[in-house]
Write a protein that binds this ligand. Structure first.
Ligand code: SF4
Length: 239
């Protein structure tokens, strides 16, 4: 079976009308199609958050050979670093990329866009280049927050690089349902009430709001994006 990737107007309908099993099936089919098309050029961007844990598990069901990369930063909480070490022990095919460039103090407060650009976007560009990626898989979902409503399941923003968002139409509840029924381990920080995880200075536990409401609180970036989903990722497109 070949999955027709949804037009934007259909995405909302799919979010509300496919059941859990249908969404799992659709996501597996999307990854399978991409695996047939890209082979070893298909790579999972694994942030080690709950959505990435789902996508990583789905990809491994399609083929244990699918590789992945983690972009880590010096500001990750210790719990996330520990979870990363445990994950990599099980999956040595996950490569870690980071940027050790010296930064001005508190850049994350003064200019969080610049900080994310250096620590996350640059490292992601390097991962894509060094791993010779032609298709990358993300855990982006359209119901996470106000910045995530306009994405598609398959995107071609950068020349020669396809982006696959195979769980775009999943709801937060379905993410936890999948993790529970499949027994997939998650970062212990979720026990503290976080709904979205990132660097320690820019992630908070909040009451109410959308899933990303606890990200970059008190800055112009509040509830926003680090840039890997919005900025060019091919070197020839660097600004
Ligand atoms: S999330 Fe915060 S600390 Fe991490 S790279 Fe972005 S601005 Fe810097």
């Amino acid at each position: 079976m070949t999955v027709e990737t949804a037009k934007q107007q259909d995405i909302e309908w799919l979010v509300d009308n496919l059941n859990f099993a249908e969404k799992v099936e659709r996501s597996l089919e999307l990854i399978e199609q991409a695996w047939r098309l890209h082979g070893e050029g298909l790579v999972v961007a694994n942030s080690l958050g709950k959505d990435s844990c789902v996508v990583w598990d789905l990809a491994k069901r399609v083929s244990p050979e699918i590789r992945g990369f983690v972009v880590s930063t010096r500001f990750w909480p210790e719990e996330t670093n520990r979870f990363m070490r445990q994950t990599i022990e099980k999956h040595p095919e996950l490569r870690i990329f980071s940027n050790d460039l010296k930064l001005p103090d508190n850049l994350y407060e003064l200019d969080p866009d610049r900080c994310c650009d250096i620590l996350k976007v640059e490292a992601t560009r390097r991962a894509i280049e060094e791993m010779d990626v032609s298709g990358w898989i993300t855990g982006l979902r359209c119901t996470e927050g106000y910045t995530r409503t306009d994405f598609r399941e398959v995107e071609h923003r950068d020349a020669g690089l396809t982006k696959l968002n195979p769980i775009l139409i999943w709801k937060e509840r379905e993410i936890w349902q999948y993790l529970a029924v499949r027994g997939v381990p998650v970062n212990p920080l979720y026990e503290q009430g976080y709904r979205s995880l990132g660097c320690a200075p820019c992630s908070s536990v909040v009451r109410g709001g959308n899933e990303r409401a606890g990200r970059w609180i008190g800055t112009s970036k509040c509830g926003g994006e680090c840039g890997i989903h919005t900025r060019p990722l091919r070197p020839e497109h660097k600004e």
